[in-house]
Design a protein around this ligand. Structure first.
Ligand SMILES: [Zn+2]
Ligand SMILES: [Zn+2]
Length: 527
């Protein structure tokens, strides 16, 4: 069974080219989030698969940093409105920590990529224009303006003006690029008018201007020899950017358009991600709460045009459970139908940050993320959390009889990483009802007589012997039935005395997570 990225790679492998270049690009209009970095993840996967098929291939990323600022990104102040229309490359760093606006937003993004196993060559649109990479393409486009206009007009309701030119100079007066209209050219000189009232001329060799987007995109394909490019579905609409750039690529630059991989947006809790409104989630934020493989899994588990919604709150726990299940299926530790098994094993493989050959032979230690959200609120350090897992039968067989110190390096590393992720999740995204604090002193509680009786009996139980969570659960039910106490009331007594709340984690495993002597004293309501 082939994964969709493998199908793309094997189709491309049949192309008669010396080298495959899989391109991705991002507009640097603010924080780069998981929605608009999908093309980077997909491009990287396809590029690597081509290599696996024995093809020469590389993945590139182009920062669209010569584009104008259209909306002030969150969390920048309104005063940034004065930069609207100005290319990102010319806007200062909002916090004065970087060379400019572009570096400020692209650095945190690029820095996270190695963690996801992404390797790419990076380029800057601004630099390309300034280094003259586009010069010949600009000249060619100017000469072929009538044909380009014709191509554009095929898809337009209102045709472009007769003096339209596929090039936008940056106004030398106000610095904006989306307010200028070029109306004529002579050699390398372009004549333009700006909405600010300025009228002037510029030399294309200065780099102070840019090709109209759809022409620029096509030029870029030929410049880099791009053979495949993933892009957001907005470019994929019928008569949209890709359709138009494809014709321009073939007709104007005589270069075949790359293999397109359109993808659907990722929504955040049902809302469209928006850099200007601060509704976004970045790969860096992901790494705070989850392993890099889990974001890969999120992107690669379904086809690119399938809608994806991300919710970092409670649904994230279900998501991680799901990933862990896929991992168990990959290592034949859990059964699923033959078809599902084949499919999930493939997705797991694609989601790893290492090559298939480097995937460990034995299943990594997989402490339950969900359970750890409880354990991490009780245990003070890694060793204590490890013991809480042991008392709750949450350790795999191979660790069951081992001491914390005897854990091997990979298991320990994975465990510690998950503790950090879980703690971050608790701090950043956990709803209130999940959070609790074990009270060092007995809280002021009001309990009914049967509730007190229940606690005393549980204390006796714990004093006598050790239990598994299932055994304790059963024993507690027996006691509460004998006392004609509703389960809810009985467990409330536990939560009230330990965390001073009416609700808490599942009672039996919660009790087993706590220190026995502490519990016995507490259930006997001793201070
Ligand atoms: Zn900065
Ligand atoms: Zn101007």
């Amino acid at each position: 069974m082939k994964h969709w990225t493998e199908r793309i790679a094997s189709e491309l492998a049949n192309w008669d080219v010396d080298q495959h270049v899989v391109a991705s690009g991002t507009s640097i209009s603010g924080s780069i989030h998981i929605g608009n970095s999908c093309d980077v993840f997909i491009a990287n996967a396809v590029g690597k698969l081509l290599k696996k098929l024995g093809k020469d291939s590389k993945t590139i990323w182009i920062a669209d940093d010569h584009d104008p600022l259209r909306k002030v990104p969150y969390p920048l102040p309104e005063s940034y409105e004065k930069y609207l229309g100005i290319p990102y490359s010319q806007i200062p760093c909002p916090e004065g920590c970087c060379e400019n606006f572009v570096e400020h937003f692209q650095k945190p993004f690029l820095e996270t990529l190695p963690a996801f196993g992404i390797e790419l060559e990076t380029y800057s649109g601004f630099k390309m224009y300034h280094e003259g990479v586009y010069n010949d393409y600009i000249r060619e486009s100017l000469e072929k303006t009538p044909r380009i206009r014709e191509i554009f007009n095929q898809y337009r309701e209102h045709p472009l003006k007769e003096d339209w030119i596929p090039y936008n100079p940056i106004c030398s007066e106000c610095g904006r690029v989306n307010t200028t209209t070029a109306y004529d050219y002579q050699g390398d000189t372009v004549f333009y008018r700006c909405q600010c009232g300025f009228e002037g001329e510029m030399d294309i060799k200065s780099g102070n201007g840019k090709l109209t987007w759809r022409v620029e995109w096509a030029a870029r394909w030929k410049i880099f020899g791009v053979t495949c490019e993933p892009f957001g579905k907005d470019h994929a609409a019928s008569g949209g950017s890709y359709d138009v750039s494809k014709i321009i690529s073939q007709d104007i630059f005589e270069y075949p358009a790359p293999y397109p991989v359109p993808y659907e947006w990722i929504t955040l809790k049902g809302d469209a991600m928006s850099k200007s409104q601060g509704v976004f989630f970045t790969p860096g934020q992901w790494l705070e709460i989850g392993a890099p493989e889990t974001l890969n899994y999120f992107i690669f588990r379904s086809k690119p045009m399938k809608h994806k919604d991300f919710n970092p709150t409670m649904p994230f726990l279900d998501f991680i459970d799901q990933y862990d299940r896929v991992e168990r299926i990959y290592y034949d530790q859990e059964e699923a139908s033959e078809k599902e098994t084949a499919k999930l094993k493939k997705i797991y493989e694609i989601s790893q940050t290492v090559d298939v050959d480097s995937i460990p032979d034995n299943m990594p230690f997989q402490p339950s993320y969900r359970f750890m959200t409880v354990a991490c609120q009780i245990g003070g350090n890694e060793e204590e959390i490890f013991e809480i897992l042991r008392r709750n039968s949450q350790l795999p067989e191979r660790l069951n009889h081992k001491e914390w110190m005897e854990m091997d390096g990979d298991d320990r590393e994975r465990f510690i990483k998950r503790i950090v992720q879980v703690k971050n999740w608790l701090n950043l995204y956990a709803p209130k009802f999940v959070k609790f604090e074990v009270q060092t002193d007995l809280p002021q509680v009001e309990l009914t007589d049967p509730q007190r009786e229940f606690l005393l009996k549980v204390a006796d139980l714990l004093e006598n012997r050790d239990f598994t969570p299932e055994e304790l659960h059963e024993e507690m039910y027996q006691i509460l039935n004998e006392l004609s106490l509703k389960p809810q009331k009985a467990f409330q007594a536990i939560y009230k005395t330990i965390i001073g709340k009416k609700q808490g984690p599942r009672a039996a495993s919660f009790v087993l997570s706590l220190d026995k002597d502490f519990l016995i004293k507490r259930f006997r309501l001793e201070d």
